[in-house]
Each structure stands twice: as C-alpha cells, then as structure tokens.
Design a protein around this ligand. Structure first.
Ligand code: UFG
Length: 324
C-alpha cells in the first residue's frame, strides 16, 4: 500500500513517514520545503513541489499508485494568522481543496488530515471531548475547522473517507535523532526552553502568571510525536477497514503547567537557566487538555510517552539540531 504524505518533510509528517515505512507501507512525500527539510524525506520517494500545483499532483497520482493521502502542509502560527489571514486561508484551505480535488480525479478515497485543538477556541470544559463546541478564535483555527467541515461534505457527496486528528501540544523527537522539531521561527514552549538550556537564548519567558490555574501559568497537554505517528497509522487502518469518516482528539489526557514543564526540563537536562515572567500572550486558553477516550476506544490508541520521555527525546534531538 502506498501513502502520499503531503508535508512529509516537516516535523510531524516526517515522523509519520518513518513509522509508515517501518510498518511496511510505501511512502511518497510531496513537500515544497518552505518549512521542511530535505534530510527529513529519507523514508520514501520525494517530490519537490507544492500541493497548489494541479499538474504536479496529476503527475504524482499517475506515476505512483497512491492508496491514501495524509496531509500535513499547513501554516501553524496563530499570531501570524491574525495579521495575515489570507496566507492561512490560501494555504490551509484553498490548497487543501486542490489536493482533495486531485484525489477525487484520480479516485483516491482515503484522507488523513492534521487538525488542531485550536478548533475548540476557548474551551468551555476540561478535558475537551470531540463533540464540544468548535469556536476557533483565530484564522489558523478557523482554517483547520473549515477543512474539517469540507471533509464532511466531501464524504456525503463524493464518498471521500477521512480522519481528522485534532492535535494537542505535539513535542519530542524520534530516538534515531534523524528527525525532530525544527521550526523556523520557533514559537513552541519545549524547544524554546531547550534553547535556554543550551544558552541559545538568554532566558525562557513565561507568558502570563495570573491564570486561574494551580500555579498561575497555562496548562497544556503534551503528546509525543511518535504517539501521534502511531495514531495516524491506526487511523489509516481504521479508514480502510471501516470506511468511516471520523475525528479524534490526540492528546495524552494529562495537563502540565508552563512552570512544571520548565522545572522538568531543568531536571532532565541538569542545566539551570533564567526564567522571566512577562505578560500573557493574547489568545492563550488557560487550559487545553484532551479527553482521548475516543481514540483509545475506537482506534486502540495508547500514548506511550510521558512528559519526562517527551522532554528527554526532545533534548537529545535539540542538542543535535543546535550542534552542541
Ligand atoms: N509559552 C510561554 N513562553 C514561550 C512560549 C510559550 O510561556 O516562550 C506558553 C504559551 O503561552 C502557552 C504554552 O506555553 O501557554 C504552550 O505554548 P505553545 O506555543 O508551545 O503551544 P500552544 O498551546 O499555543 O499551541 C497549541 C497547538 C496549536 C494550537 C494552539 C491553540 O500547538 O496548534 O495550541 O491554542 F493552535
């Protein structure tokens, strides 16, 4: 079975490619390398190009016998999406439509889509269940929710079966140290703390210490990237056997505060570094914790990495990334 992985040169996409390969799937990556890395594409055939390019997609679907598509190409910076929503709707929605239409044209009917906890906006209860209200508060979250809705319509009208995975806070790296988190610019908490531990940054700033949480800082649900990858393969198997469109939260189900994560990094790395307390970052919900019961029950998914292992694997990779 051959899987086309759009965005397979990126952080989560590359981990999925590696696991697909290990589990016997053939992999074709399409990626424009705007944010991904050529060295991350070692787990399959690599096509350099953009999913907005219909002719290229035609060629890919004609050249390889693609059975399913996994889609990881997206812009992911919430702040930027507020300032430049067009960029987000163009890439995350319009280009996704181009990809979906190419799939229909070539009769490929299985699609796995990277969605986000941002579709819930400011959650009204914790942990968050899949059927809780979807009220995204920024163009990034809206762009992902629009595609989720498009996918319902495409199932009804064209029989295109899809799984939408709503990621919570992806983190960690593969133990091979061949791939890992390397965003440019980096905005995510754990790699930024690791940069402080490596003195790449002077300090880590805590965005807000006056939230109504146990220590005043935001609570997040960190999930290891290989646990996400495992869910994608289980999702693909489910799609093929059940032929049912569905959506799942992917989070560990446990929440840790920003302060706790910083303390855990100090413990794992055995490095002390400066921590600064600054104002809140606009748009951050106090709590984001997944109820992952549905993925456990229906997909048999069982996340294996706890926070310590997530940070340890991220640290191992980060030292390679920063060449320290
Ligand atoms: N944080 C800091 N200092 C930093 C960076 C982050 O205190 O230097 C805090 C943030 O304020 C937040 C927490 O660490 O409370 C986690 O922030 P990240 O940027 O790492 O991740 P988010 O929780 O903002 O992002 C996640 C998903 C996004 C999704 C978003 C929805 O990764 O895909 O939740 O709010 F859009």
């Amino acid at each position: 079975m051959t899987v086309l992985v759009a965005g397979g040169a990126g952080y989560i996409g590359s981990h999925v490619c590696k696991m697909l390969r290990e589990r016997g799937y053939d992999v074709v990556v399409i990626d424009n390398l705007s944010h991904g890395y050529k060295s991350f594409t070692r787990y399959g055939e690599f096509v350099l190009g953009d999913i907005s390019d219909e002719n290229l997609l035609d060629l890919v679907f004609k050249t390889y016998k693609i059975d399913a598509v996994m889609h990881f190409c997206a812009y992911i910076e919430v702040g930027e999406s507020v300032v430049d929503p067009n960029k987000y709707y163009q890439n995350n929605v319009s280009n996704t439509l181009t990809l979906l239409n190419s799939m229909l044209k070539h009769d490929v009917k299985y699609f796995i889509f990277s969605s986000t906890a941002a579709v819930y906006g400011m959650p009204q209860r914790i942990p968050i269940k899949e059927d809780d209200p979807k009220m995204p508060i920024n163009p990034y979250g809206k762009s992902k929710y629009m595609v989720e809705q498009i996918l319902d319509d495409f199932d009804r009208a064209y029989g295109l079966k899809s799984i939408r995975f709503r990621y919570f806070n992806a983190a960690g790296a593969d133990e091979s140290l061949e791939i890992g988190e390397a965003h440019e610019p980096e905005t995510h908490l754990i790699p930024l703390i690791l940069d402080a531990a490596l003195s790449v940054r002077d300090s880590i700033k805590i965005f807000g210490t006056d939230y109504e949480t146990k220590d005043g800082t935001c609570i997040r649900d960190f999930v290891h990237v290989n646990d996400l990858a495992d869910a994608h393969i289980k999702g693909l198997e489910y799609l093929i056997s059940e032929k049912k469109t569905d959506y799942f939260n992917l989070g560990s189900g446990s929440g840790f505060s920003v302060r706790e994560v910083i303390e855990k990094v100090k413990e794992v790395t055995n490095v002390d570094f400066k921590v600064e307390e600054v104002d809140r970052r606009p748009g951050d919900p106090a709590y984001l914790i997944a109820d992952n019961t549905k993925a456990r029950k229906i997909l048999g998914w069982e996340p294996k990495y706890d926070l310590e292992k997530i940070i340890q694997t991220a640290w191992n990779w980060h030292k390679v990334l920063r060449k320290k």
